[in-house]
Design a protein around this ligand. Sequence first.
Ligand code: FES
Length: 502
Amino acid sequence: MHQSLWSLSQKTSTYPPLSQHTKTDICIVGAGITGITLAYLLKDTPLTICLIDSDRVSSGTTAYTTAKVTAQHDLIYHELIHTFGHYDAKCYANAQLEALDFISQTIKQHRMDCEFERKFSAIYTQNAHDIPLFEKEYAAYQELGLKGRLVKTLDLPFPIECALILENQAQFNPVKYTTALLEEIQTYPNIRIYEQTAATDIKKKDGTLTVCTSLGYEIEAQKVVQTSHYPFYDDLSFLFAKMEAQTSYLMACEGVKNMPEGMYLSYGQPTRSIRTYQNYLLVGGEDHRTGTEKETKTRYEALTKFATQYFAPSNISYRWSTEDYDTVDRLPYIGQMKQGDQIFVATGFKKWGMTTSTVAALLLKDLILGQESPYASLFNPNRQHIALQIKNLIRYNAQTAWELVKGKLRAEEDLSQLTPGEAVVLKLDEGKYGVYMDEQGETWMVDLTCPHLGCELSFNHAERTWDCPCHGSRFDVTGTVVSGPAHSALKSTTNRIDPNLF
Ligand code: FES
């Protein structure tokens, strides 16, 4: 996979893997921004915390985002008012603004060096047909007390029809931020952090939960919190059927002469997301459902064309992609997986993980400590109004069912087409296999049946990963899990096989 600009900020020091059975009050699974923030919020309580990650801390989605810290989430507010009413829409806006404020205050309090900068956030359209929609959203801002303004021009090098600006939002380097949070908590005796420790299952017995790990060691806990982007443990809550994985792409460009001032997002397709970081201009977009496109390289080509046409960079230094989960009603799932349960979850942040992760951590802290939160019912994963979104649910799952069947029907490819950096799909008696050839001419063969629920994987040419179109699991070319919900590696008949075997 490509390296993101943020991952350069990762420290080389590592936390150990779990090396024995252990007990804790709270086991947090997933050391990205949500899990780390939650551990930070619980550090002064008498609770013991075990924070684990299947990889390195802050190495997942947190390191692959645009890192805009904003309450401006597309044109969501008029829709929220329409669907859920004024109170819930106001709760959503307040939760996001409080998260932004929490991040800002925490950075100030600990003098964190994470390049936090206040910026305006703007969503724009180049299509005159969208203007009434922008006017509606602006009216929703006024109703909810959001400090917005409608404008006809921006400091971007192309014409727009209209833009909605939300003042006083922010951007930062997310890995520097989470690293600074970790530095604040790592000396607390009630907090232990383990890397390279993948949770594989949860066993329930007599009110105690046991988290099983890939290392064979178990963590006995009173409460388990899944902050792993996609919950590894579903517990028949069927969250996987209520979310859709979307992939999007981002590039860091150097040598741009006229850097714009704010953070920008286009409305409609193709999506364009723009922000600055130091001397880089970040240009992103080109979203699509994960695992449904073969020629993903064209997505980077489209972004390169856009950046070249309007910003004339001298160099494109970094390219990376990310995966986000959208939910049926556009609200994240944060809370108990089941009513009265001691397993908690935070997922479905769409593309707004910087503020929503903090909303999640703040809310989960309240739930764990038995405190009231005005946001608990709105983000409850078991909320009743999901049933009202049944049309979206059917659309998601009709697509998933189609992927399950379509994958089995596609014609196999010819191994002679295989060139370095590419992959082909082979149909053998016992199933379909993907064969990837690396730059040295060595080949890697994996079973293309997703170990989650059996959909067929397809090759992501841009990232060189095998991606699942059903719920977004991704695997590297050797079959190792890059991101879940799958938590076991792909079956491989032989790694580094000799292509002459075929
Ligand atoms: Fe669910 Fe692949 S991620 S079947």
